[in-house]
Design a protein around this ligand. Structure first.
Ligand SMILES: O=C(O)CCC(=O)C(=O)O
Length: 259
């Protein structure tokens, strides 16, 4: 588990206020009490991002009486959603994605980020402050929950950034680079970032689901259907090693692309 500590103000990045940033009105919502696997597939194709409600994790667990119970409940939720995704894609076996996280050597981890309030923002008319710079997650899937303080933004296909309304009772799923490769680009890993808030402190908790380090990653044969693979075969260990050496904002998935 990692906990990010408070950065100093001058370590944070300022950016021009972006007029096109508006609330994400088309946010796909997956209701796990009556799941439609096709909705999850569509959300992954269109946005690489969706919100899960009625997930069945009790509030006592969400409020973390014990962190291990919390992480384990989120991991099981990730398995469930990944299995629905395989069903929606009509591929077998249904654990084709989830087995990468179920593996005892899965390279998954849990991170808590704390974004302290930045009152300095009030003096910066028209500028926003980046709390966490734009990036895609290198893993297969990330499962994020935050307190009720906004800040998370995702980048749409047209390049516009939209703000994700905070909802402390729900989980947000983020498609990672490995999922993009396994689906031969049908799903796109989504660029996201976090803006700082003047008054309120944001806390986010994310489970990053990654495969075992020695696992060879390539597009699933069952999804290629005669298409050429767009990606080279790499182990997760090779990819994460190279990704960590590069800049977070770089298009790290290009390391996988066939030239
Ligand atoms: O804090 C958030 O809402 C997003 C965090 C994030 O993108 C990350 O930890 O990689």
């Amino acid at each position: 588990m990692e906990v990010f500590s408070k950065p100093s103000f001058d370590q944070l990045t300022l950016m021009q206020s972006c007029k096109t940033t508006c609330p994400f009105s088309g946010l796909p919502v997956v209701d796990l009490s009556m799941p439609h696997s096709e909705t999850i597939v569509k959300a992954c194709e269109e946005f690489g991002f969706f919100k899960v409600i009625n997930h069945g994790i009790p509030m006592e667990v969400i409020n973390r009486s014990d962190m291990r119970d919390y992480v384990s409940a989120v991991r099981i939720l990730a398995y469930e959603v990944l299995e629905l995704l395989a069903e929606g894609l009509k591929i077998q076996p249904k654990d084709v994605f989830s087995k990468l996280l179920r593996d005892e050597n899965s390279d998954s981890f849990f991170r808590i980020n704390h974004y302290p309030p930045c009152p300095e923002l009030q003096g910066l008319n028209g500028l926003d402050l980046i709390g966490f710079g734009e990036h895609t997650d290198p893993q297969l899937i990330s499962v994020l929950r935050s307190n009720n303080v906004e800040g998370l933004q995702i980048c749409l296909k047209d390049g516009n950034w939209v703000s994700v309304p905070a909802d402390e009772k729900s989980f947000f799923f983020i498609v990672g680079d490995i999922m993009q490769v396994m689906t031969n680009g049908r799903f796109k890993s989504v660029k996201h970032r976090v803006l700082a808030n003047s008054f309120k402190s944001r806390i986010s908790m994310t489970y990053f689901g990654g495969p075992p380090l020695n696992k060879l990653i390539s597009p699933l044969q069952s999804l290629l259907e005669g298409e050429e693979s767009l990606y080279k075969e790499l182990t997760w260990g090779d990819y994460i090693g190279a990704a960590l050496m590069s800049n977070m904002v770089d298009n790290r998935i290009s390391l996988f692309e066939k030239k």
